[in-house]
Design a protein around this ligand. Structure first.
Ligand code: TYD
Length: 135
């Protein structure tokens, strides 16, 4: 099993002018996989949390396009976390990584690009099962 848990940040182009800002992302260019799915999260409670699962195959890239959150990663040996609070600064969640999104700001809108279509059988939602899976 791989020990090193490195965080890959994804920085998208941000165009700012007197009308505000615009951020864009192109599949397989700024996002290092073919985007098959997009979802977004909002209406959260301050200090709310989500996630607490790993995916067998799917990879996600998360952006806090409004507000902020802490993203926590765990590969069964190491834990790392990152604070996201810029609309163009995202983070890759690789497959086989246990993760959670926590400490939400109340205004959070989180945008997620995924490498796979939704498939519940790709999820591991029990931490003990995750540890068995990665061994
Ligand atoms: P869930 O995995 O619990 O969200 P989170 O990762 O933020 O904790 O998903 C909530 C519900 O939405 C669950 O019933 C599965 C469903 N869902 C889809 O149908 N398609 C999707 O792309 C996603 C991400 C979730």
């Amino acid at each position: 099993m791989e020990n090193k848990l490195s965080i890959e940040k994804i920085s998208l182009p941000l165009i700012k002018d007197n009308r505000g800002f615009l951020v864009f992302a192109e599949s397989e260019k700024h996002i290092p996989f073919k985007i098959k799915r997009v979802f977004y999260i909002g209406g959260v409670e301050k200090d709310g949390c989500r996630g607490f699962h790993a995916n067998k195959k799917n990879k996600n890239i998360l952006f806090c396009i409004q507000g902020s959150a802490v993203i926590k990663f765990d590969n069964g040996k190491e834990k790392v976390e990152i604070f996201l609070n810029e609309p163009n600064m995202g983070v890759l969640i690789n497959n086989k990584i246990w993760h959670s999104m926590e400490n939400f700001s109340k205004d959070l809108i989180m945008l997620v690009f995924s490498s796979e279509f939704y498939d519940e059988s790709d999820y591991i939602r029990d931490y003990k099962e995750y540890i068995k899976y990665i061994k």
